[in-house]
Design a protein. Structure first.
Length: 212
């Protein structure tokens, strides 16, 4: 068996069969480097180019670590734009297909606020969204992060470029400090290094130069 086969990991069998259906045979380099650490509960900083498979890296990790029987928000994925949040939610739903009705909810700016309150009342395991809107739901008390286990910052460099640092800080203040934090980025400027130092707990850094 190849060292990069997903089956070498300690993933739930229903995730492995979904990977099979999706035709994902081998891990991409960033997945091979980061997934074992993520499954192990470590904080991880992963740097890799667009198209290197970062979504499935954190998506499989967070799904594997989810307690599906507990219908509370356990995972939050922050993305810089609505388009990216929709793509991430779609990929997580594909990876989670058929597993105990895992509920993934997207909460993004530029969408009506009221219906999002209704969706939050119905509950979710995983939330994917943009920082400004998530901050607003947290601030107004519609989104409780008391049971958050995993926080993902996807495209962290772009999120900071877009001025989302303050919103991210508010969200982090509302999250438990013993959570797992995963930071994905294409580049690693100083600002990311200083954020990581502030919000992460002994992060392990992985970097992949080429996309495949
Ligand atoms: P990134 O976030 O790093 O830009 P994506 O997560 O969007 O990359 O993945 C890029 C593409 O690669 C997607 O179409 C995804 O379905 C596909 N992909 C991800 N992991 C694998 C894999 N292990 N095997 C085959 N295709 C994969
Ligand atoms: Mg991505």
């Amino acid at each position: 068996m190849s060292q990069t086969a997903f089956s070498t990991l300690n993933l739930h069998s229903d995730l492995l069969s979904n990977l099979d259906s999706l035709g994902y045979e081998a891990m991409t380099p960033i997945q091979a480097q980061s997934l074992p650490l993520i499954i192990d509960g470590k904080d991880v900083i992963a740097q890799g180019k667009t198209g290197s498979g970062k979504t499935a890296a954190f998506g499989l990790g967070l799904l594997n670590n989810l307690n599906v029987k507990r219908f509370r928000v356990q995972t939050l994925v922050l993305c810089p734009t609505r388009e990216l949040a929709d793509q991430v939610a779609k990929e997580i739903r594909r990876l989670a297909r058929g597993i105990h009705n895992i509920k993934v909810l997207t909460l993004c700016g530029g969408m009506p606020f009221g219906p999002q309150i209704g969706s939050l009342e119905h509950g979710a395991h995983i939330i994917v969204g943009t920082p400004g809107r998530i901050e607003e739901h947290v601030h107004k008390g519609f989104l409780c992060l008391d049971e958050l286990n995993t926080l993902v910052l996807d495209e962290a460099d772009r999120m900071l470029e877009m001025g989302f640092q303050d919103s991210v800080d508010v969200i982090i203040d509302a999250a438990p400090s013993n959570r797992q934090t995963l930071l994905f980025s294409a580049t690693f400027p100083d600002q990311i290094a200083s954020i990581a130092k502030r919000i992460m707990n002994n992060p392990v850094q992985v970097k992949v130069e080429s996309s495949h």
